[in-house]
Design a protein around this ligand. Sequence first.
Ligand SMILES: [Zn+2]
Length: 398
Amino acid sequence: MKRPPYGSRPRLSREMAQLNWLATGLAQAGSRIERTHWHSRLQSLVEQLLADGDDESLNTVLNRLSESEPVAHDALMDTIESAVESTVTQINGEAHDVLLIACPLLAWSRYAIPAPVLNSKDQTALSDALKATVLTRHANVALLGMLAGPDQIPREFTQLAQLTRHLAESLASGKTAALHAQASEETNRFLSDTRYLIAAVSVPRGEAFFRWQEPRAANSSVQLNERREIAAAWSTQALKVLEPLLAGCRVQMLPPDAFHAACAAADRESRPHSVEACVRFLAEAINLPPEKQRAVIGPFHAQRLEEYRIGLGPRHEDALYHGVVWPMLGVEDEQVDMAVEIEQVLRRLGVTDIVTHDHRFPMEYCDDCGSPMYANADGELAHLEMPEAMTAQPSILH
Ligand SMILES: [Zn+2]
């Protein structure tokens, strides 16, 4: 992306300047008591901008701070995400805290992965499973009535805040919430993808949402309070409902958590998952087992390291049949030795012929189809190409 020439950036509005000032003040505060002061003012302004539907101010200031003040950027992002995913609502005359949660799952299939609408029986079963495994006895649940794909989740902060508030209203009224506008977007037909069960959870003000917030003795019954045990129990119960809805897919449940935390964890987990889907796809679709595959790992840069691209093909040959993009996320940068982690993932899957390039590749895409170009074993950019017999397979290839 070309930077605009110096001096041509749009001037900050009064709200934007205020937002910038409060976020920077919060980032530089020297004590918790000062931070609390900055934070409450920043939060009020963020809530006002969300209520006004002013995504532009939020995004403009986030972009500015990401260039000059990364700590202030993170403080502002954290405040926005918290304001988006939580609210307070009156239920039966009592104030309740409401938190938007996500329960992600990773799926892979040689065919299209569905994004099914959930009937009321399945919604009840999933709500009960959440209450029986993840949430405390104080919690009430309003589910979004579908398993959403990444394209079906509202992209803008204000749209997501609206979703939280709609589900909170349905907690108060007891009526099912209508699906949001993005629910009807098409999902891409990737080999592996993430699906999200989304819900608003209410508890009386100040009570705990999740079982891991409570000591084991809080309840006289044997209550799980360890995250790993909770995740395993949720996975077992949720899969009984979800597996029939995802026929032909291999499904791995991830732990439910507050919306943004769960989505960030799913983004990280989906990277090794995509590599696994790709290796298994070649094994099953063209009978090329992992030990006969070669993987070529290349770092791809724009202004900075953006992603690794991993091309897979037959051992001892130059062709690349299939590939996976492994994006750098959040604070990850060149300091993290991501290539080593990718190699470990490949080795665990049984791929031993691994070529890792050190030099930087440009973020190039095919002029014809727009798909990413990969590094081949010789360090040249190459297009993925499945063997002739396989070109009819549905996949990310063209
Ligand atoms: Zn192409």
